[in-house]
Ligand binder design. Structure first.
Ligand code: FAD
Length: 380
């Protein structure tokens, strides 16, 4: 077991850290308060290789591996969770196309995604009545000559109003999970309408929208993978995606701890810095232990993915633990700040609001437990 970072991992982490501290962090509060989607930050992340960290260099990626990807997400998320979620989804879409796309699709779509030319990628799986159970989705695609015609609606689509490339799941037959297929749809395709952005509790600098498909036509060359393989593609993408969300949770948790450490040194009560009180020291001890445990789980899953060993269980364990950790840690961070934790003068109230969705998206905590239990029982 080796806990040292490689040269490449260090380089990616330091690049992301510098960008996060100099460009992302100073605007994070404003993005949250004014619900601004930072198009320019995505273009810059593209230039730095942060939108395709685990994507082969022949398609414009950094080809730096999954641990590097996790390290980069942690840095961006510690500065701004909103910015990190679009980064995660873009990396996830690019990787999925690399894994299942034709050469033409990789050249056409992956290069646009990782360079930032597409601004971001979007992953359109959930529907108004089908979230945890994507096999219940009713958006459909019908073949007409050499075109696919998509009809239906998608819900909660991260970066949906800005994404140049959208991976869309649609039903091509009535055979339950086996009836789902996956399509690549470009921004501005006739028949695709973007709905009103959701007014969210947190991640307010991320864009979350419904997408409406009304006779939206794409060429047959836009089918990703084989017809009927859509459910499999979604599960593969989400396995990797969960490493991204676990990393995001680690980043937000770390930021909450850093803010808390600073605060307990500055704030005085009863003639002492509040950091002298054992009750608060014990809180910090637990917060740090939980956050670092989450990082280790996340990097184990990332290492397994990198080595191409099955990692479904490990990714779900990392996502479950890290997302629940960030919620607990951010809640404690607010507590440590007293009344100041509850107002926007300090960042911890934003961290708590941003952390809340992490136990919900890319599979709720309940769905992670179902996956973990299934894998544990299967392994005997
Ligand atoms: C800010 C945000 C961004 C998002 N971004 C995207 C995106 O980019 N692309 C995308 O496709 N989706 C996205 N989502 C959707 C997200 O993945 C879903 O909200 C999530 O999967 C849960 O689905 P649901 O909301 O339909 O809840 P439901 O599936 O209705 O679940 C409701 C409750 O029931 C529980 N539950 C459901 N089934 C079971 C079961 N079998 N056993 C036990 N408990 C169960 C759930 O855990 C939950 O507590 C986003 C959501 C949010 C809030």
């Amino acid at each position: 077991m080796n806990f040292d970072l490689s040269e490449t991992q260090t380089l990616i982490r330091d690049t992301a850290r510098k960008f996060a501290r100099e460009v992302v962090a100073p605007r994070a509060r404003q993005l949250d308060r004014e619900e601004i989607f930072p198009v320019d930050a995505y273009r810059q992340m593209g230039e730095l290789g942060l939108l395709g960290v685990n994507v082969p260099s022949e398609y414009g990626g950094a080809e730096a591996g999954v641990v590097s990807y996790s390290l980069a997400v942690i840095e961006i998320a510690a500065a701004c969770a909103s910015t990190s979620v679009g980064m995660c989804v873009t990396n996830m879409c690019a990787e999925l196309i690399c894994q299942f796309g034709t050469e033409d699709q990789k050249k056409r779509f992956v290069t646009k995604l990782v360079s930032g030319e597409a601004v971001a990628g979007a992953f359109a799986l959930s529907e108004p009545h089908a979230g945890s159970d994507p096999g219940a989705g009713t958006t459909n695609a019908v073949k007409k000559g050499d075109r696919w015609v998509i009809n239906g609606s998608k819900q909660w689509i991260t970066s949906g109003a800005y994404a140049g490339v959208i991976v869309v799941w649609a039903r091509t037959s009535n055979e339950g999970n086996k009836g789902l297929s996956c399509f690549l749809v470009e921004k501005g395709t006739p028949g695709l309408t973007v709905g009103r952005a959701e007014d969210k509790m947190g991640l307010r600098g991320s864009n979350t929208v419904p997408l409406l498909f009304e006779n939206c036509e794409v060429g047959e060359e836009n089918l990703l993978g084989r017809q009927g393989d859509g459910f499999k593609l979604a599960m593969v993408a989400l396995d990797g995606g969960r490493i991204g969300i676990a990393s995001q949770a680690c980043g937000v948790g770390r930021a909450a701890i850093e803010a808390s450490v600073k605060y307990v040194k500055d704030r005085h009560a009863f003639g002492h810095p509040i950091g002298d009180f054992q009750a608060l020291r014990f809180m910090l001890a637990d917060m740090t232990t939980q956050q670092q445990t989450a990082e280790l789980l996340t990097w184990r899953a990332a290492t397994m993915k990198e080595k191409k060993t099955p990692f479904t269980r490990e990714a779900s364990m990392a996502k479950l633990f890290a997302s629940e950790m960030s919620n607990k840690v951010c809640d404690k961070a607010v507590q440590l700040h007293g009344g100041y934790g509850y107002i926007d003068e300090f960042p911890v109230e934003r961290y708590l609001r941003d952390a809340r969705v992490q136990t919900i998206y890319e599979g709720t905590s309940e769905i992670q437990r179902i996956v973990i239990a299934r894998e544990v029982i299967k392994a005997g």
